[in-house]
Design a protein around this ligand. Structure first.
Ligand code: F6R
Length: 368
């Protein structure tokens, strides 16, 4: 059932183009974005004036990505919160608040309680979920299913990419309902999303050097991950994968925070993975990242730079350069996450660990 792959995780990483493709399937009817089960119709989306995304772990990171896209496309304020925090505080919600609860399993205890907490305050709840008929969609007002297929590896890979994809659809559905994007713009954004499975496929073909790097740095004490904009949640996701799988100290930071503390961690030989934005579409942020890379390299870090193909300005400061296909900036997480998954898997393997079943973790966290 591993389809010729050594582990489920390897298989699921390889299935990511299909996970993205299937999650998009059926959600555009030629004119408009359509969500599943129209329990939350366009009329209801039109009056939304605030969005919360609540989730745990990787699903939370997918929500952080969503914030950049949804705010940009809809001009609605978006808050992203860990379900375990949201459920125990007094968030400001009313009937015009849309709470998006993201969960692969649909059974995560904290996310389920966050849904109940939101509904008690009459907020509308949309579940983004990978498991048909699970509890979170059952208790929500509407559901958008991710179609990643069953995920067996405990560390989330294809389900995460499917969550990121589904969250973009939520953003486009809101933009369409609110009229912050013209119908032809929504259609164009959807068409761009449809090009992403091919971009993920191309990315997968570029992973041999990343595997080699993983074997090489398996003995490191720690790895840091830096990013800005949507590259920041990608950095957090990369660090989480490495903690889970390789039991290593790993931290993700917003690169702009370096000088506010984390730069003190940089020492000779420390691997630092930097997710850089496109120099063409985000020249300002790209320049900031470039200077961050120079700073850490000057202090002895081993820089592993995830960049866009054709970006030769970063090359002189990259000890290892991973060039990925060019995609629109907001969609970069769909490609940039892949090398970080592969790196974590390979480091863990080189340390002799079972990457499908990391210690102390369960696939579905139904107790707090
Ligand atoms: C990370 C991972 C976990 C889950 C989290 C939420 O690789 O798998 O962090 O993302 O436990 O699970 P779901 O999405 O089922 O609510």
């Amino acid at each position: 059932e591993k389809g010729g792959y050594p582990t489920f995780m390897d298989k699921e990483i390889a299935e990511q183009p299909a996970a993205v493709r299937q999650t998009l399937q059926g959600h555009f009817d030629g004119l408009r974005i359509v969500l599943d089960e129209q329990r939350l119709g366009e009329d209801e989306l039109r009056t939304v004036d605030k969005v919360f995304v609540v989730a745990c772990g990787s699903a939370f990171h997918s929500g952080l990505v969503a914030k950049y896209a949804i705010e940009h496309w809809t001009r609605l304020p978006v808050e992203v919160e860990l379900a375990s925090e949201f459920r125990y505080r007094d968030p400001v919600l009313d009937r015009d608040t849309l709470v998006v609860a993201v969960s692969q399993s649909g059974e995560t205890a904290d996310t389920l309680e966050a849904v109940r907490h939101a509904r008690r305050q009459r907020a509308r709840v949309l579940a983004v979920c990978n498991t048909n008929g699970s509890q979170i969609p059952r208790e929500s007002d509407g559901v958008l299913y991710t179609h990643a297929g069953p995920e067996v590896g405990v560390a989330s890979t294809k389900a995460f990419l499917a969550q990121v994809t589904a969250n973009y659809l939520v953003g486009l559905a809101l933009a369409q309902a609110r009229g912050t994007k013209y119908p032809d713009e929504v259609a164009r954004e959807f068409a761009t999303l449809q090009e992403m499975p091919a971009a993920v496929e191309q990315t997968l073909e570029l992973m041999d050097p990343v595997r080699e790097l993983g074997r090489e740095i398996g003995g490191s004490r720690a790895v840091l991950f830096l990013g800005r904009h949507v590259g920041y949640p990608v950095a957090l996701e990369g660090a989480l994968k490495l903690k889970e799988l390789a039991y290593m100290h790993a931290e993700g930071f917003a690169a702009g925070e370096l000088k506010h503390g984390p730069i003190a961690l940089i020492e000779e030989g420390l691997p630092v993975v930097v997710v850089t934005p496109s120099p063409k579409s985000m020249p300002l942020l790209h320049a900031k990242l470039l200077s961050n890379i120079r700073e850490i390299q000057a202090r002895g870090a081993r820089t592993i730079v995830i960049s866009e193909e054709g970006d030769d300005t970063v090359a002189p400061f990259a000890d290892v350069l991973v060039s990925l296909p060019r995609v629109p900036s907001l969609l970069q997480p769909l490609v940039a996450t892949v090398p970080l998954q592969v790196l974590a898997a390979e480091i863990a393997r080189s340390r002799g660990y079972d990457i499908d079943k990391p210690r102390n973790l369960a696939k579905s966290v139904t107790v707090e």
